[in-house]
Design a protein around this ligand. Structure first.
Ligand code: NI
Length: 392
């Protein structure tokens, strides 16, 4: 059962929605225009219930199948898309490029929202399923933990969601392909900062100073050994220093230096180990140079872990849509983060990648969601509902 024909008829309309969102990107929780449009569309499709303002600006649509949910022993499945954009100046050159300077849909969340709306349109016409499909449109995926906000706002209990599914486009994965894996599929994303305090002074008299630049350099070098010497070589981890700031003049040794960086892991124990070793190495290396280090570690998104049973169901639906050969059900994990992880901590479910073809990468100024992926993404959502909750 390949892509659903109805989506070929709806394609131009879904593309128009997608490009409208693309022209009007909104950041974090400030997705008022997008959320209002999503809610309006769901109501126009005849949804049984549409609730706005969950997790501040999230939208939830409830669609019941043709057979009485209770009678059919109906189940409740959640389908999630994200709506927010990024603070990047767009350089795609597309006619539908962002009309808001400094903001763009550089992660394809415009496409995610449009594909899920396409499935909402189709399923509201057909309703060939039992049980209840919950359509979840979340704000603030890009660093604002909008997924956690919706969960904390009672999303799962209020709508009695039993399983939850998510999707992200993947540049480099061919169009019409899907990829996923059971277990960890995306990394925990943590941040650290180090403020090093020494003794500033004249650059010609280093013996009368505690040089924070030398201490900071030693710290940057020393923490490279955490991944190579402390973490199990069969596990995965990233420690990257991404900013280093110190000094203001060529002849002054600065009093202070500051480093920040990111830490990625696919396993809770490795995550704990990375935090512990970073703290130890930073503080002890600083001390070796006579400086003091104030170390701060901030845990952001947890590991996105696909549940084995739901990942297999998702893979099976993707095979129905895309064909056996076009689904990689043991894809390597990605060290990027995803706040769908909070939903997978609350309920069993699975996160899947849909091919965006040979396009610029995510978060690149030239990136654009590939509209040719829409039929595959929308078909996956529709078939997922029809397969997991078959009509009586
Ligand atoms: Ni994204």
């Amino acid at each position: 059962m390949p892509v659903i024909n109805r989506f070929a008829e709806l394609h131009d309309e879904i593309v128009a929605w997608r490009r409208d969102y693309h022209r009007h990107p909104e950041l974090l929780y400030d997705v008022h225009r997008t959320a209002a449009d999503v809610a309006k569309k769901l109501r126009a499709f005849g949804f049984d219930e549409v609730v706005e303002g969950i997790g501040r600006t999230g939208v939830v649509g409830v669609l019941k199948g043709e057979s009485d949910p209770a009678e059919a022993g109906g189940r409740v499945i959640g389908l999630r898309a994200d709506m927010d954009a990024l603070p990047i100046r767009e350089e795609s050159g597309k006619p539908w490029a962002s009309e808001i300077p400094g903001k763009m849909h550089a992660c394809g969340h415009d496409g995610h929202t449009a594909m899920l709306l396409g499935a909402a349109r189709y399923l509201s016409e057909t309703r060939r399923f039992s049980g209840t499909a919950i359509f979840i449109f979340q704000p603030a995926e890009e660093g604002g933990a909008g997924g956690r906000a919706m969960v904390e706002d009672g999303l799962m209990d209020r709508f009695a969601i039993e399983e939850v599914y998510g999707m992200h486009n993947m540049p480099g994965l061919p169009l019409g392909h899907f990829a996923l894996r059971p277990g960890p599929i995306m990394a925990a994303t943590d941040m650290f900062s180090v403020e090093i305090d020494g003794l500033g002074g004249h650059a010609a008299q280093p013996h009368r100073t505690i040089d924070t630049i030398v201490a900071a350099s030693a710290i940057v070098q020393a923490i490279q050994s955490i991944v190579s010497r402390n973490v199990d070589p069969l596990a995965s981890a990233v420690v990257s220093v991404t900013t280093i700031n110190a000094g203001s003049a060529f002849n002054v040794i600065p009093q202070r230096a500051k480093l920040t960086g990111t830490v990625r892991s696919l396993d809770a124990l490795v995550r704990d180990q990375l935090e512990r070793r970073l703290r130890e190495v930073v503080q002890n290396v600083a001390a070796a140079y006579g400086a003091t280090a104030h170390f701060t570690y901030t845990r952001s998104y947890p590991v996105t872990v696909n549940h084995a049973e739901q990942a297999e169901k998702a893979a099976s639906v993707a095979r129905d849509v895309a064909g056996e050969l076009n689904v990689d059900a043991s894809h390597a994990p990605v060290m990027g983060g995803e706040d769908f992880s909070f939903m997978l901590e609350a309920r069993p479910g699975a996160f899947i990648f849909v091919g965006n073809g040979d396009t610029a990468g995510l978060h690149h100024p030239a990136y654009d969601f590939n509209d040719a992926a829409i039929n595959h993404g929308s078909s996956y959502w529709a078939r997922l509902v029809e397969t997991l909750m078959p009509a009586a």
